[in-house]
Design a protein around this ligand. Sequence first.
Ligand code: BMA
Length: 318
Amino acid sequence: MKNEKYSELFHRHKKNPILTAADWPYPVHSVFNPAAVTMPDGTTLLLCRVEDRRGHSHFCVARSENGVDNWRIDPKPTLMPDPKNYPEEVWGIEDPRITYIDEFKKYAIVYTAYTRDGPGVALAFTEDFSRFDRLGVVMSPEDKDAALLPHRIGGNWALIHRPMTAPRAHMWISFSPDLRHWGSHKLMLVARRGAWWDANKIGLSPPPIETPEGWLVIYHGVRMTAGGCLYRLGLALFALDTPERCIRRSREWFFAPEELYERSGDVGNVVFPCGYTIAPDGDGVNLYYGATDTSIALATGKISEMLDWLETEGDVIS
Ligand code: BMA
């Protein structure tokens, strides 16, 4: 249920959910957690996680001129798990995040490879979303919620990811000279404790947004309750040249399951964005998110308003 007394940073689209399994050209169980990118011709491309009736996921591209409706969906899966060549993908591929890498003029797709020992982080490149070059697993299990920064920092590539450690799970960042060998692992943001909304697990949601004030990060926080997990979204800002250094972090969440399609579905009380597009004005944001691991929804906001909100609502972290 909505609480009108809080200001609303992101506004749900009235056509939500904008994509469901019923829209798919072939039989699928559910579609959710899409990566997003604006193509050079202005088209919005979503790389959607699609789950079949085995419970295994693959990716399928959906394209739209306005990013809201009239989606053209690939007639068959765009990227399937390839367990023959990449045994780490034996139980599917999940939750992609796309970063355009100007140095290569290619899109990097960082995704979860579901291994027999849990999720690992895998990397692939594409120019056209029809042919893909896989680099395989870059972070071994259990690790997920990962994305590349779009350019080198001090000569090295940077990957944000979320290794699983009991009892809580935090966001880490690692560096590499060649995208294959990773090291200089640094803790980036910790899950809070106790009663906090992000008390148990946190993870990167979409790739960070580069702003003059720092890397603006939308992250998900998970609170485990007697009634199940609650997935909500918070904001944090990190230093441009040392992205492991948090400058500000929101105390409150800014987006949480409210509508029926976010409350009830395969996994209730989950909003899970993996991608956004930025409007030509450089400020407007279309945030695409999975709702209850069942459908895809859209909420719109502004970078400037997120930064202002962090300024007033966030804690300074030094
Ligand atoms: C997370 C991820 C997401 C999923 C969410 C809720 O751990 O695995 O793919 O949407 O759980 O089930």
